[in-house]
Write a new protein. Structure first.
Length: 929
């Protein structure tokens, strides 16, 4: 080949490759992070036959946004993408990449469904198809169940516990069965009236903690689905279940008639096996199951703890080799239509963290005390030398008394104590199974007296609903970081299947007010959309018991006192609203709309001239109440003022929700109602001329509610703002707010431009403040601003939880304003990056969240008179970025002087702040001041 020919050949090859590559550029990278409904990835036993689909666009320079998408759904992998037999969305011109409704063929219980998606970018270039994802439905209807409720009559033993409540002996249940040929696949559908631990042929089927969790059992019991294909073989098999009272039949349900008055726990299970020859075999719970109450777990109670006698262990009882001829036949109940059996719609509780950074605090008189250095919720794992026949006693407490003994007054009647009776000399290992404790300290007594206690004897297993972290917040200030840690531990500690008020005392209930104030902060920190929407279903079911729209104080409602409180019941409107703002999922607004409307109806039924006369816990636990002791718990903000404020606010939000859902008549009706309530509010409680409260006490919360809920005329509002500032000044820049006022304090001061004041309040070290509890040694949020002080000891009231999340609601402001990362349009479709640094307290702060479109972050730093802001904006969104200390002239973007580009446009610039509109990407902004 001549030189020129060679040159031509090489040139042609290079040109051709280049051509091919440029063609390939037309194909964008595939979408990723596919999820269905509230964020489930390839779920098994899924609850919803009308799911929604979401995906994220890749982070690359070619992809800024989506102009169209196509979803294909099929009954088998092989049919994708070209022959989707269930649904083909076809190409839809839309930038929506989250929560797209399934509109295909109706889906059935047990069905496994495969799906894929592709998108077109801003230039109309199509992407590759995503990986194939799937979901498999659980048993969606009661009629899918052939099984019966099965268990032993444990009520007849009449064992009584604290307050004479009935206590059930935990039971062991088993059923042997034979499989004639090899197994292709198998699913175990199971639930309990109680809590269970299931084994198949000696193997643990799952590591779920206390399934099925807690729902209003008179309406709905959640079911679990496990893929047990690998655990079954041809020949003999055995299903074995341990069953205890849990929430259903335990003291926590207070012997409620709706919960069958402490009825004996039962299980329901259906094992569906597909054999390799194509035939099916189903094993159900029925009266052929046998059971015993003579197993080692003697007693188990959520409040009171567990008693385990190792002498009664039954080796191999979960395997086929065990002889159960002495066990007795079980009793059965049929499934009733009135209680729905539905697949669990959020993650079960799991052991998420093991704490082994333990300190031995003291060891004397055969008693050892250990410090986990963090207030946690879950159970311990102990590994202790024992003597045969001795009883190990395990006690818990959140903090110690001055003399080094346990402070347990705040557990109230909860005994929260575990016992282990040893069957041999030597090291025993024990982890309680059907209880949980809230504790930082653990006391052991009854171990081998000749042994020297060691820190390695105990570990703490932190348990909570199995959600992942969603956000991070950190700053240059140690105590602010400790506050973030206290907030996030407080959250994990209190999301034990339902949002609990506290995890340790004889309460642990789903208090609606606490949940209402914390849900946004919770959503910033953890991926818990499904957790909240599951609990909202329980709320809807519970409300249906009340024709007048009442929302009880707690969900599930075991108090059954037919009463409601303003600020608490409003959770049914406020939580959906806040979740919508953070997820952008309208289906949640649909689902909860009628509930919200009925709740407004409840207010209307109680109101005279728009002022409701009803119960309220008011601004619960406000500091320095004028009344003493228990009387003071409700604070000084008048009940009627709070009732009216929340009535107006909820009506306002329902009007906005109606607008989003396209219900124009309702939008107007509720807006008019809100205006009327606002008008009545101002007349009743405010002196219009001076914008001052007419009430006996002038509280911060009264002003905050009036201002934040927009209940005053603009002129009155302006004056009221000044009075609010005066009340704060009078308190020497301390907060004076309880559960209801605290979360809105930063929002109101922020809107007023009083950021520096908010920083001052937040960074206060003295009572009442966030740092006060930190200065006293807190590792979680406390129920009271003064639950404990080193100088004065514990608050004398026994209602004194050291793990209560309400005041952690400040976490939202830490993300949104200190670090500066907020959702501006629902679900972060538009993001606001607007940090407000305060140089007196901080030199840096940063936050990140996994938004529905991908990771977004904001991180600022001040050094040598230079302000730097690093920002990540995910694809298919845009962001309004506000750069403080900046002017258009001194702004640098990614190392260059600022000039407008297709990625960054100027919105405005004044002497303090430059406002930009930024497209997806990674940016570094710098200004000098
Ligand atoms: C709970 C709360 C709840 C309050 C209402 C307390 O016992 O722990 O957090 O909101 O009662 O009164």
């Amino acid at each position: 080949m001549t030189k020129s020919r060679l040159f031509f050949a090489i040139f042609s090859y290079v040109a051709f490759t280049f051509f091919l590559l440029s063609c390939n550029n037309e194909l964008n990278q595939a979408p990723a992070s596919l999820t269905i409904s509230e964020g489930f990835k390839n779920p098994m036993g899924f609850h919803d036959d009308k799911p929604t689909f979401s995906w994220q666009l890749p982070v690359t320079t070619d992809v800024k946004s989506q102009s169209a998408y196509q979803i294909v759904v099929a009954s088998s992998r092989e049919l994708l993408p070209n022959n989707p037999d269930l649904w083909d969305s076809t190409k839809q011109e839309s930038n929506q990449s989250t929560f797209i409704e399934y509109k295909g063929t109706e889906l059935q219980s047990r069905q496994k469904v495969y799906w894929q998606v592709r998108y077109w970018n801003q230039d109309g270039h199509v992407s590759e198809w995503s990986d194939i994802n799937f979901f498999e439905l659980g048993l969606l209807n009661n009629s899918d169940w052939k099984a019966k409720w099965v268990g032993l009559d444990t009520a007849k033993d009449s064992i009584k516990c604290v307050r004479k409540f009935l206590m059930h002996r935990p039971q062991c249940l088993r059923k042997g069965f034979e499989i004639s040929t090899e197994v292709a696949s198998a699913r175990l559908y199971i639930t309990a009236k109680g809590v269970f631990d299931v084994h198949l042929n000696g193997k643990d089927v799952s590591d779920d903690v206390m399934p099925p969790g807690w729902t209003p059992y008179n309406h709905r019991i959640e079911t679990l689905t496990y893929d047990v294909s690998e655990l079954i073989a041809s020949g003999n098999n055995v299903l074995a279940v341990e069953l205890a009272s849990g929430w259903h039949s335990g003291r926590i349900s207070r012997g409620n008639a709706l919960y069958e008055n402490f009825a004996s726990p039962k299980i329901l299970c259906q094992l569906e096996i597909t054999l390799k020859d194509g035939s099916k075999q189903t094993i159900i719970s029925d009266d052929t199951w046998k059971g015993t109450t003579n197993g080692p777990t003697r007693l188990a109670s959520i409040y009171d703890g567990e008693v385990y006698d190792a002498n009664l262990e039954m080796p191999n009882w979960t395997t086929t080799s065990f002889d159960d001829s002495t066990w007795i036949q079980t009793e059965t109940d049929v499934i009733t239509d009135s209680v729905k059996l539905e697949p669990k719609r959020h993650n079960t509780v799991k052991t998420r963290t093991t704490i082994d950074n333990v300190k031995l605090v003291s060891a004397k008189n055969n008693t050892a005390i250990f410090n986990f250095q963090q207030n946690i919720v879950g159970v311990p794992k102990v590994k202790v030398p024992m003597k045969k026949g001795d009883t190990l006693k395990i006690r818990f407490s959140e903090m110690l008394l001055n003399d080094g003994t346990f402070y347990t007054t705040n557990y109230r009647s909860a005994k929260s104590t575990d016992y282990y009776i040893a069957s041999k000399d030597g090291i025993v290992e024990y982890t309680p199974k059907f209880t949980f404790h809230g504790f930082q300290f653990l006391e052991l007594s009854g171990f081998d007296q000749s042994a020297n206690p060691e820190a390695s004897w105990v570990q703490g297993l932190a348990q909570y609903s199995n959600f992942d972290q969603n956000g991070t917040f950190t700053s240059s200030h140690e105590k602010l970081n400790q506050l973030q840690s206290n907030i996030t531990w407080g959250l994990r500690d209190n999301f034990f299947d339902i949002p609990t008020d506290c995890p340790q005392r004889d309460e642990r209930l789903g208090w609606t007010g606490d949940a209402q104030v914390i849900s946004p902060t919770a959503m910033f920190n953890y991926d818990m959309y499904s957790f909240w929407s599951a609990w909202l279903q329980s709320m809807r079911e519970t409300q249906s018991e009340h024709e007048n729209g009442l929302i009880p104080f707690i969900i599930p409602d075991v108090l059954q006192n037919n009463n409601a409180s303003s600020g608490w019941g409003d959770a049914c409107v406020i939580i959906p609203w806040d979740l919508y703002h953070l997820t952008g999922d309208k289906s949640l607004l649909h689902e909860n709309y009628e509930m919200g409307k009925k709740w407004i109806g409840y207010y209307q039924s109680k109101a005279k001239n728009f002022i409701p006369n009803m119960h309220s816990f008011a601004d619960w636990l406000q500091p320095f109440p004028t009344k003493e002791g228990k009387e003071g718990n409700k604070g000084d903000t008048p009940r009627d003022l709070i009732n009216t404020a929340y009535f107006g606010h909820s009506a306002h939000l329902i009007s906005k929700i109606a607008g989003i859902l396209g219900k124009e008549d309702d939008e107007k009706k509720f807006k008019d109602l809100y205006k009327a309530v606002a008008n009545a509010f101002e007349n009743e409680f405010f002196d219009e001329q001076h914008g001052k409260l007419k009430t006996e006490h002038e509280t911060q919360t009264s002003y905050l509610l009036a201002i934040y809920f927009d209940l005053l005329k603009p002129e009155t509002k302006k004056k009221a703002q000044q009075h609010l500032l005066a009340t704060i000044k009078k308190a020497d820049n301390h907060l004076g707010t309880g559960f209801l006022g605290t979360p809105i304090l930063p929002k109101v001061l922020d809107d007023m431009g009083e950021i520096d004041l908010m920083y001052k309040i937040l960074f206060k070290e003295t009572y009442p403040s966030w740092f006060y509890s930190i200065n006293q040694g807190a590792t979680t949020m406390w129920e009271r601003w003064n639950s404990y002080s080193q100088a004065e000891g514990y608050n004398p009231q026994p209602m004194n939880s050291l793990n209560h999340y309400a005041y952690g609601a400040i976490g939202q402001w830490m993300y949104e304003r200190i670090a500066g990362l907020a959702s501006l349009e629902p679900g972060y479709k538009k993001i606001r990056i607007a940090p407000i640094p305060n140089t007196e307290f901080l030199t840096s702060a940063s936050a990140s969240v996994k938004s529905p479109y991908g990771e977004a972050s904001s991180s600022w730093n001040i050094e040598n008179g230079e302000f730097t802001l690093d920002v990540v904006i995910p694809p298919n969104t845009s962001a309004e970025v506000q750069i403080p200390f900046g002017t258009e002239a001194n702004l640098m973007v990614n190392g260059n002087n600022f000039t407008e580009t297709s990625n960054v446009k100027l919105i405005s610039s004044d002497k303090n702040v430059v406002k930009l509109l930024a497209e997806p990407g990674t940016y570094n902004f710098q200004t000098k001041f």
